[in-house]
Design a protein around this ligand. Structure first.
Ligand SMILES: [Zn+2]
Length: 498
């Protein structure tokens, strides 16, 4: 397919803005970029997609999300509003994930994937939980991803909070899925190559737009035994995707359980490294930041979620200054990565009461550099997140008409103050057109929304049932645990905090 009449934002090392360009896509990759007339002459018979002079740029990446949260929209939480993040977990997320059956998992994923296509986000790292439907849940999501045409890295969050049987089931679900996708995926290219040399039909290998990692909930719901079991069960070369220090409770709990802070505890159990992703890290201290950097572990920042949960502002600049690769995710909010970037920009300034904090160019490096570098490590057969020959053909058309000059140097501030997801008109992933002129091709949004509206009352009814149980079970247990009593107890250990 030949895309014509495009203004390219290449976002590669040269970071060029090129007018009157064409891009040729073949077998999921960008195979040629050049002046429109030249490419039209080279590919006279190619199917053509006219970009109408719009900006054409790489699709966005979301480094941390939860498809399973789709039914939370508009849902009411019974009783008094949760007063802090541990209560949000107990009253909202833990009963909701229990309410999900296979249909609800599929629909949640489809709804979220349609949202991602519309918002121009072409790759997502999802973190899934459904304690009453664990076995095969990642296959249900993978089917939805395949149908959508997007790229995703999936995992199941292992936790001890629902008993040892479900802990084991969660571990098995990760291992099964990793063996099916992540490991065989890295062999995909060479196998395809060998088979095409023999001129046989396409091999029945897993879809190359799906990969996997090993999911863990958070230190505060995982025992030492389970951490070791996960480490030992994870196939060679696998990394972990886990929430870290989203709220002080995670640090208090870790200090109580092990005498160590969360990052130190995870390191002791062999869970850090260049394939591991830590979500949030709002309450990590200087030593934890140093350890994250030493082990070359990834971090992802979700400012909208942090603000909504009232958990504080992550030390993003300290992490970056230490050398940590920090990405951006949505944590289940709409997959609008420019909006997430805008919130990240504002949050640090508001939090520190200093407009110099969180410079736009640093933030843009996270969005356009770290996010695709992380996602690309799961799809290593081609570069991801740049417009260049040989790169994955994941791109979007943006109907943006700047009223001031747009240059490679000031692009971050155009993105922060000017770009909006409603300007995304076309989304392409792996060379497949998923949305054109704002019309989705692979998912029927209206039909999915109608089906979800039918199902929502049933999911909500099950949720309410579990909420009552959770409230009874945990209110007493957690009320004492996560209050000032612990904060006081650990004040000294928190003194080193950046
Ligand atoms: Zn999360």
């Amino acid at each position: 397919m030949l895309i014509t009449n495009a203004t390219l934002l290449t976002l590669d090392a040269e970071n060029r803005i090129l007018e009157d360009q064409a891009i040729y896509l073949e077998n999921g990759k960008i195979t040629a970029i050049g002046p429109e007339k030249a490419l039209q002459a080279w590919y006279p018979d190619a199917e053509t997609l006219d970009a109408g002079g719009q900006y054409v740029m790489p699709g966005n990446v979301c480094a941390h999300t939860h498809f399973y949260g789709a039914f939370a929209r508009g849902m009411s939480i019974p009783g008094p509003a949760p007063k802090d993040f541990p209560e949000i977990l107990q009253k909202l997320w833990w009963p909701l994930d229990k309410a999900l059956d296979s249909d609800a998992i599929r629909l949640s994923a489809q709804i979220m994937l349609a949202d991602a296509i519309r918002n121009g986000t072409t790759t997502l790292l999802d973190h899934h939980a459904s304690p009453n439907a664990i076995d095969g849940s990642l296959d249900v999501i993978a089917d939805a991803v395949r149908q959508s045409g997007l790229r995703a890295i999936l995992c199941y969050e292992v936790t001890d909070r629902d008993g040892p049987e479900r802990t084991r089931a969660g571990i098995e679900e990760n291992v099964r899925f990793i063996e099916k996708y992540a490991i065989r995926n890295t062999q995909y290219e060479s196998a395809t190559q060998q088979i095409s040399n023999q001129q046989s039909p396409t091999p029945p290998l897993p879809h190359s737009k799906i990969s996997a990692t090993f999911g863990l909930h958070a230190s505060l719901t995982l025992s030492d035994t389970t951490l070791d079991a996960c480490r030992n069960a994870a196939p060679e070369g696998t990394g972990f995707h886990i929430h870290v220090a989203e709220h002080e409770a995670d640090e208090y709990d870790s200090l109580e359980k092990s005498g160590q802070r969360v990052v130190d505890r995870l390191h002791k159990h062999g869970l850090l490294g260049p394939r591991t992703l830590l979500a949030h890290c709002v309450h990590v201290d200087a030593a934890e930041i140093a350890l994250i950097n030493e082990t070359d572990t990834w971090v992802t920042h979700q400012p909208r979620s942090n603000m909504n949960n009232g958990v504080g502002a992550a030390p993003v600049e300290s992490l970056l200054r230490a050398g940590v690769r920090v990405c951006l995710g949505t944590d289940g909010f709409p997959h609008s990565m420019w909006e997430e970037t805008r919130f990240a920009y504002m949050l640090q300034k508001a939090h520190h009461r200093d407009p110099r904090r969180m410079p736009g160019n640093l933030l843009f490096d996270m969005l356009a550099g770290n996010n695709p570098a992380l996602a690309g490590s799961f799809f290593p057969d081609a570069p991801l997140g740049i417009l260049a020959e040989g790169a994955h053909a994941d791109l979007i058309f943006v109907d943006y008409h700047p009223h001031t000059p747009l240059t490679p140097e000031n692009l971050p501030w155009h993105v922060i103050f000017g770009f909006h997801e409603s300007m995304v008109t076309t989304t392409i992933c792996g060379g497949q057109v998923l949305m054109h002129d704002r019309k989705l091709h692979t998912l029927d949004e209206a039909a999915l929304a109608a089906e979800a509206r039918e199902l929502a009352p049933k999911v909500w009814a099950r949720y309410e049932k579990y909420t009552e149980k959770y409230t009874e079970k945990y209110t007493e247990k957690y009320a004492e645990k996560y209050t000032e009593k612990y904060a006081e107890k650990y004040t000294e250990k928190f003194a080193a905090k950046v």
